[in-house]
Design a protein around this ligand. Structure first.
Ligand SMILES: Nc1nc2c(c(=O)[nH]1)N[C@H]1C(S)=C(S)[C@@H](COP(=O)(O)O)O[C@H]1N2
Ligand SMILES: [Mo]
Length: 165
């Protein structure tokens, strides 16, 4: 009887979660997740860097419009130009971000020196897991919906590797 009740409870719970997956809280993550750095990385930098180490170069808190969530969100992260200067060799002209789903996006030096791009390590003050487009993602303080076709592909998320050239 007890077992039958428990099995029934389990089945109902699973069905509920199937109907509303958002009832599950987002996975808890800390800043210990690591990103692989490849290519022309600076001499004193190791090929595996944690999200916390990325933040150690100095973070900014920026509230910006997230065109995917369609709402304003507080992001914390480092500016791409500072990221390039710290982790890349001094003559780096291109940075390629690679995501866990195989998506890649390359930025040229003009992209990060002329346009402000934030490498976000947190959203709403919390570290972000893959389920929230982390562990790091690229976001932009200025979003122009009229130029969405060129700009949206730059919003790469679920980044696991950064290559410097
Ligand atoms: N990791 C990852 N980031 C990504 C993508 C992706 O497939 N994977 N797609 C890019 C592209 S081409 C666009 S237009 C936007 C929006 O993708 P979506 O319309 O599939 O949500 O996210 C960008 N960032
Ligand atoms: Mo796209």
């Amino acid at each position: 009887m007890y077992q039958k009740t428990m099995a029934g409870f389990f089945a109902v719970s699973m069905f509920f979660l199937y109907l509303c997956p958002n009832a599950l809280p987002a996975a808890e993550v800390d800043g210990d997740g690591t990103i692989k750095l490849t290519g022309n990385i600076a001499a004193d930098i190791s090929s595996q860097v944690s999200v916390r180490e990325i933040e150690s170069i100095g973070v900014s808190d920026i509230t910006l419009y997230d065109p995917f969530d369609k709402k304003n969100t507080l992001f914390t992260g480092v500016w791409m130009d500072q990221f390039a200067a710290h982790f890349g060799e001094s003559d780096v002209t291109q940075i390629t971000f690679k995501a866990i789903d195989g998506y890649e996006f390359s930025f040229r030096q003009a992209d990060w020196s002329e346009t402000k791009a934030l490498i976000a390590t947190r959203a709403g003050k919390d570290y972000i897991g893959f389920d929230r487009k982390g562990p790091i993602r690229v976001v932009f303080p200025v979003y122009d919906p009229k130029k969405s076709k060129e700009s949206l592909p730059k919003w790469i998320w679920m980044i696991t590797e950064v290559n410097f050239r």
